[in-house]
Design a protein around this ligand. Structure first.
Ligand code: C2E
Ligand code: MG
Ligand code: MG
Length: 613
């Protein structure tokens, strides 16, 4: 607005100048001292230029002063001698305009002064005819200061833009930058029919590093990771820190699928090299998910979502790997979301319940414990835990689900006690995530107090992964929880023994009370010499360490007989009893030996994975 105003004032001034100069020309005839004075005393440089030759025919003192060249020398010189860059480029605009012989003109250019100083000037003016000759009456205005301010404003704006679009810690472009530039890159790929890849990198266990070695170390690690990622890709590619330990690499103009796999492998490689921070080495591996335009999606949102999905898949595949997005992944993700939402509803609407399966002393056939097995009552029958426990663990829903299990099991114990039953401990399945997140032991202790039930009536079944994480890393929060569980007085049982790490050291270290030999070893016990040897070894070891043994999944008389011969204490399986609702458990709780029938069939509906409980 101000510019427009200034320009019109300048034009008006030039117009006035034209009038003044015309009058000056006619001064000889009519005189015009006042107008002449206006020309002479104007603070703006004014000049008259021959439209034919573009040479200066007249100039006022302000211009003479400003350029520092005497009038005598100025008169007759070309305007390009004074205006425009010395290389002639900027003059071209002014000269070109004058050559077109416009009625009016407005141009910004450089004025070169004799002193060597260069001013930015705005030149306005118009064409006029005097005695059949054409001239331009021009007025100049010094806009150097305005230019400077504008340049400063621009610089400041660029600085602020940079700040807004870059991450402070690593100096990499940020999420905002990506939002501004990825759509353009996609558009460009669309225009030329090219391919583009989005790599989503997420550091593995960064939270652990942050928690154990402090945020300062975490920050330094992120800086180094950012530097390595940026150095491992082409300058034309985009590297963005999305926040936290998440980075995006956009590969433009991908020419072959190998280019993507090679880049992903190179990124994994550079990250695999240890980073030494404050004299101590650290390894920050990453899980990488890849989506490709146009194969996987057309928009930024789609491509980011899919690379994120693929990244989670890479995490599921044991981290430090990369995965390309596929439609199957999307389907599984949708299923997962459906299960998560369904489970949330089931929890709120009380569609979860516990069934119980007896654990029996092989020698006496007496029920020595009941294992609580979770059931989700769906619209088409029971949904098996194998379908939803994994999702519950991934989403953290396992914490409220686990709380429900504890509460329900204690309520059932309380009811059986009120009915005068011979109580046996209830075995609860607890996953590593439950021990790591939330305060499981605190919750259990609170519920025990509220239900007025002793801790010895609860035993906790943990899989080996709760005690040890892959790669021999200790799962510290879970291990603290195990110590607390021991202090509370519950028994600790290792579930599915033999499928994990089967380390003798932790059996001793945690003073484990019992082992459950995994079903997979029991199944072919009477047929497979290898399975038999493993079971024998487990039994010998457990005896030696004075640990109780339970055989899982006993389905046949020969299996039970063989286990008895081998000296296994306890058994659980369809042969003895299948899991039943709490209301049908009274018969297990009268203290009498379990009645077994030689012709009792195992329950095939559970084996084919359709029905439940
Ligand atoms: P698990 O703790 O090893 O439980 C034993 C599983 O074997 C149960 O499957 C049981 O129904 C099944 N089973 C028992 N006897 C036999 C048999 O003779 N033959 C065959 N083929 N199967 C038998 P279910 O109920 O489907 O549970 C599967 C797994 O889900 C459990 O394995 C446990 O790891 C987990 N789970 C169950 N309830 C809970 C829970 O409340 N919390 C957590 N975190 N996990 C649970
Ligand atoms: Mg179990
Ligand atoms: Mg088991």
């Amino acid at each position: 607005m101000i510019d427009i105003l200034l320009a019109s004032v300048a034009l008006a001034a030039a117009f006035a100048l034209g009038v003044v100069l015309t009058w000056r020309w006619r001064r000889a005839a009519r005189g015009g001292a006042a107008h002449h004075a206006a020309f002479l005393q104007s603070p703006h440089g004014m000049l008259l230029v021959d439209a034919q030759t573009l040479c200066i025919t007249d100039a006022n003192p302000a211009l003479v002063r400003s350029v520092g060249i005497p009038f005598a020398e100025l008169r007759g010189s070309r305007i390009s001698d004074i205006f425009g860059a010395s290389d002639g480029t900027e003059c071209d605009a002014l000269t070109a305009q004058l050559r077109e012989s416009p009625a009016r003109l407005l141009v910004e250019t450089v004025q070169r002064c004799r002193s060597g100083r260069r001013l930015y000037v705005e030149i306005s003016g118009h064409r006029l005819e005097i005695a059949h000759r054409s001239f331009f009456a021009l007025s100049t205005r010094d806009v150097t200061l305005r230019r400077k301010v504008q340049a400063q404003q621009l610089e400041r704006q660029q600085y602020l833009d940079h700040l807004a679009h870059h991450d402070q810690l690593t100096g990499l472009p940020n999420r905002l930058y990506l939002a501004a530039h990825l759509p353009k890159a996609i558009e460009e790929a669309r225009r030329v029919g090219g391919t583009l890849a989005v790599l989503f990198l997420d550091l593995d266990r960064f939270k652990d590093i942050n928690d154990s070695r402090g945020h300062d170390t975490g920050d330094k690690l992120l800086q180094e990771v950012a530097r390595r990622i940026a150095a491992a890709v082409h300058a034309r590619d985009m590297v963005v820190r999305m926040g936290g330990d998440e980075f995006i690499v956009v590969l433009r103009s991908v020419t072959s699928p190998e280019q993507i796999t090679e880049t992903a492998a190179r990124l994994a490689d550079v990250l695999n090299a240890p980073v030494v921070i404050d004299g101590r080495p650290l390894v920050a591996t990453a899980s990488i998910g890849v989506s490709v335009y146009p194969r996987d999606g057309q928009s930024m949102g789609e491509l980011l979502r899919q690379s994120d999905t693929a990244m989670y898949q890479a995490k599921d595949h044991g981290r430090n790997t990369f995965q390309q997005f596929s439609r199957g992944m999307e389907r599984r993700l949708k299923e997962r979301v459906a299960i998560e939402n369904g489970l949330r509803r089931a929890l709120a609407e009380q569609h979860l319940e516990l069934h119980y399966q007896p654990i029996v002393a092989i020698g006496t056939r007496k029920v020595v414990a009941l294992e609580a097995l979770l059931r989700w009552r769906g619209p088409h029958g029971f949904i098996r835990p194998s379908r939803f426990i994994g999702v519950a663990e991934q989403t953290g829903l396992i914490v409220p689900v686990g709380e429900f299990v504890v509460q329900q099991a204690l309520a059932d114990l309380g009811r059986w006690r009120a009915q005068g039953a011979t109580l046996v401990p209830v075995a609860l399945n607890v996953s590593a995530v439950q021990l790591q997140r939330g305060n499981f032991t605190g919750m259990l202790a609170r519920q025990l107090r509220r239900a007025d039930i002793g801790a010895e009536l609860v035993q906790i079944e943990l899989t080996e992964s709760a005690l040890f994480e892959p790669h021999g890393r200790r799962a510290d929060p879970a291990q603290d929880a195990i110590v607390q569980l021991r202090e509370l007085g519950t028994r600790i049982v290792i579930d599915d023994f033999g499928t994990g790490y089967s380390s003798l050291s932790y059996l001793k270290r945690w003073r484990v009370d019992a082992l459950k030999i995994d079903r997979s070893f029991i199944r072919d016990l009477t047929l497979d010499a290898g399975d038999l040897a493993i079971v024998e070894a487990i039994i010998a070891m457990a005896r030696h360490l004075n640990i109780e043994l339970i055989a899982e999944g006993v389905e046949s008389w020969p299996q039970l007989e063989r286990l008895r011969e081998l000296g296994c204490d306890r058994a659980q399986g369809f042969l003895l009893a299948r899991p039943v609702p709490a209301g049908q458990c009274r018969r297990f709780l009268d203290g009498a030996p379990l009645e077994l029938h030689a012709d009792e069939e195992p329950f095939p509906e559970l084996r084919d994975g359709t029905g439940g409980g």
